[in-house]
Design a protein around this ligand. Structure first.
Ligand code: ADP
Ligand code: MG
Length: 729
């Protein structure tokens, strides 16, 4: 085994960058080559069908089934010209990935032959045999019908020989079994609520869009080294491994020169992303060795979510072509930074106004403050829920660890914006009423835009930071579907904007001028949600204490954090906004608890096997060589001298025995603890048992394995070490 390790490491370090054949055209020319976008719709559809389809896409008009056949025919024509033979409904079940089942275009022609067929019926709706996707009990397998239905707002695209049709995935009884259905509902809810509030300032606005710009962090590992690490292979993270003497202390990786092998991978990935219409823009090294980031230009939220899902599967594929494996796990390596997915989120109008950006006039700024304060209020009201929306067994390793956002949701605003809110809170109405028109001028708000545009006082420790014209939700996990966080945030903001409107309208009805009514409600909200604002160091212990005093959700246990979804105020919020029903929420939580349990269960099994089959035997072998040495010393030297010379080795022999004993005993205990937990029927209780009893054992067993790694002969150690895994040449 040791020989294998050296061979694998040597091969990994000798690998050269894979040559990429970059397209001769410019990105603007090959962008969206494999997407049935508007230009292609225009080319392949008749004018009237094109117009009807655009109406569905832009205005959410009901899809007229009669046009489906022609749309399908147009898509098929375009796709077959590019050599496509299959199609699939592409959906996002409650696992973190995507699902697809490919069918060929072929049908019998009735004359003993075949013809290529793709009807509107097949485009619009299908019934995938998908009974084994997580559904939290909504679909019993005997009535396992689930439907996938076309989402025209996200364009179809081609991967290899397959036409992929983005779809929602719902149960026979109508409940959502995926992320896309509730996401679309949350986008509708925000549009409706924000539009009403927008009309105070801009009556001409017809639609409010939600924008998302994600930043995807990831690690790359050589595929040979990866294959020699069963823990990486089976769980996505290293369950053992002592820190490398050098990791990120020197901060020499961040924004550093990109190694040629990696640069080649990135170029290839970018070309393929652009061809699929993913507007990738930024790439750089991240903080940890072997860690990188990729970010596109922001897009409408539904499309951005699809693009992120697509990108993740593309990354996995392209990485293999370059002899790498991409790690999207939130914490693949202990002791170095984990990976997240920063979700830059904002609202904007069809008239091109970013609602979370300050403007030039005082009215613009009152609108800006209105949307910022309502967002803060929503985050305050549902801070526990927002944490639940990004929580998972894997992200739990990152949150609250030293370098990631803490397991407490708070919002960083920066000095200027805090001053604006403080001033607004303190000013009294009398003072404002005197300035009937543009009352807020007196708050010096007009001076703010210039200052805010250069919003440089960034805070990397905040999970929800204002960054000039948007909020950046940074606690999202690298592997997660962005939709989970976006559904919760959109729904919470929609609820809050609706409540705000009601309150303002009530004051207006009582004769209050509109500006005063808005200001007075804002003032109340600023006071009410003050505790969510925190600009200090989110990693510090003082903050944990202070946050608890402020009444923010400080729970750190993953299964208990999920409870937030079933709090009465969460259920009420999701139902009022029409995003999810209580039944859906309950089912989804079942899935969350079950997934949590399974992940810890797999980790425990893998660690147990590795400990007993890889580590303990090798440690014993090395220990034996030390024992042998001690005996032979006695043959060579007099007893006294031999004892003296072997003193250090005897210590090591003892240490190895102690570590081995601990590992063996604890692996046995862990197996027993699993048996106990597995007997628990209730998914929540079972997840809690796994969290409370089994997860801590993973850590303690690992501790002893990592100590052994420091003692055992390097030649014998069976697994690639951190220093080998983490430094691509
Ligand atoms: P950072 O400086 O935080 O690394 P960037 O400035 O590169 O980030 O932007 C990060 C992401 O935020 C990009 O995807 C970018 O398109 C997106 N973004 C910029 N403005 C907005 C906005 N108003 N709404 C949503 N996303 C935005
Ligand atoms: Mg960022």
């Amino acid at each position: 085994m040791s020989e294998l390790r050296f061979r694998v490491v040597e091969t990994a370090f000798r690998k050269k960058a894979v040559e990429v054949n970059l397209p001769a055209e410019r990105p603007s020319e090959y962008f969206a080559k494999y997407v049935f976008n508007r230009a292609k719709m225009f080319k392949y559809l008749s004018n009237s069908v094109y117009n009807k389809l655009i109406d569905v896409i832009d205005n959410g008009a009901q899809l007229d089934r009669s046009i489906a056949d022609e749309v399908a025919a147009g898509m098929k024509k375009w796709a077959t010209e590019l050599g496509v033979t299959h199609y699939t409904h592409w959906f996002q079940p409650l696992t973190e990935g995507t699902a697809e089942k490919h069918d060929a275009f072929v049908e019998h022609d009735g004359k003993g032959g075949m013809l290529e067929e793709f009807s509107g019926k097949l485009l619009v709706q299908q019934e995938p045999d998908a009974s084994s996707f997580p559904n939290g009990g909504i679909r019993n397998t005997f009535e396992a019908r689930g439907y996938s239905a076309w989402d025209p707002s996200s364009p179809v695209f081609i991967v290899d020989d397959t036409l992929c049709i983005p779809t929602v995935f719902i149960a026979y009884t109508g409940e959502a079994l995926d992320y896309k259905a509730p996401l679309l509902k949350s986008l509708r809810a925000v549009n409706e609520a924000a539009l009403e509030v927008c009309h105070y300032f801009m009556p001409e606005v017809k639609k409010v869009f939600t924008y998302l710009g994600w930043e995807q962090e990831y690690f790359l590992v050589d595929e040979g080294l990866y294959a020699a690490r069963p823990d990486l292979l089976l769980t996505g993270r290293t369950l053992m491994g002592h820190e490398s003497s050098k990791n990120q202390q020197l901060e020499d990786h961040y924004f550093g020169a990109i190694p040629p092998r990696v640069a080649s991978f990135m170029k290839d990935l970018e070309v393929k992303s652009l061809e699929l219409g993913i507007p990738v823009k930024t790439r750089h090294n991240e903080v940890a060795p072997n860690q990188f980031e990729l970010a596109p230009i922001y897009e409408e939220c539904n499309l951005a979510v699809d693009h992120n899902m697509l990108l993740m599967s593309l990354m996995r594929k392209v990485a293999r072509e370059h002899g790498f494996r991409v790690l999207l796990h939130e914490k693949p390596f202990k002791g170095v930074n984990g990976s997240g997915k920063h979700n830059n989120w904002s609202l904007g109008t069809d008239t091109g106004v970013l609602l979370h950006a300050p403007g030039k006039t005082s009215e613009d700024n009152l609108r800006f403050v209105t949307f910022v304060v309502n967002t803060l209020m929503a985050v305050y009201r549902h801070n526990g829920l927002l944490k639940a929306s990004i929580m998972s067994a894997t992200n739990a390793h990152r949150l609250g660890a030293n370098e990631a956002p803490p397991a407490i949701i708070s919002s960083f605003l920066g000095k200027q914006l805090n001053q604006v809110l403080d001033r607004l809170e303190e000013s009294c109405n009398d003072e404002l009423i005197n300035f009937a028109d543009k009352a807020c001028m007196k708050l010096d708000i007009p001076q703010i835009p210039e200052l805010l545009i250069d919003n440089t006082d960034r805070n990397r420790t905040s999970p929800f930071a204002f960054t000039g014209n948007r909020f950046e939700f940074r606690a999202v996990g690298a592997e997660a579907n962005c939709a989970s966080a976006m559904i919760a945030l959109n729904a919470a903001v929609a609820e809050q904007l609706t409540d705000f409107k009601k309150e303002v309208d009530a004051l207006i009805e009582r004769g209050e001028p509109q500006v005063n009514a808005i200001l007075s409600v804002l003032r109340r909200l600023i006071k009410a949600c003050k505790v969510i604002r925190f600009d200090g160091n989110g990693y510090s212990d003082e903050w944990k204490k202070e946050a608890a005093q402020r009444g923010l959700d400080c729970e750190t246990s993953c299964p208990l954090i999920f409870d937030n979804y079933l709090k009465p105020e969460s259920i009420a919020m999701f139902e009022k906004t029409g995003v999810m029903t209580q039944k859906e929420l309950e089912a989804r939580n079942e899935v969350k608890w079950e997934t949590y349990t399974k992940k810890i269960q797999i980790e425990a099994r893998v660690l147990g096997d590795l400990a007993m089959n890889h580590i303990v035997p090798v440690a014993t072998k090395y220990q034996y060589s030390l024992i042998d040495n001690a005996y032979k010393m006695k043959e060579l030297f007099c007893n006294e001298k031999a004892t003296k010379l072997s003193a250090k080795n005897l210590e090591l022999i003892e240490q190895i025995a102690e570590h081995n004993n601990f590992i063996e005993e604890n692996v046995a205990q862990m197996i027993e603890a699993r048996k106990v937990a597995n007997r628990i029927e209730n998914e929540r209780e079972k997840a809690i048992a796994y969290h409370d009893t089994i997860a801590p054992m993973l850590e303690s067993i690992r501790h002893h394995i990592d100590k052994l790694e420091l003692i055992i002969d390097n030649q014998m150690w069976p697994l690639p070490k951190y220093r080998e895994l983490l430094f691509i040449r």
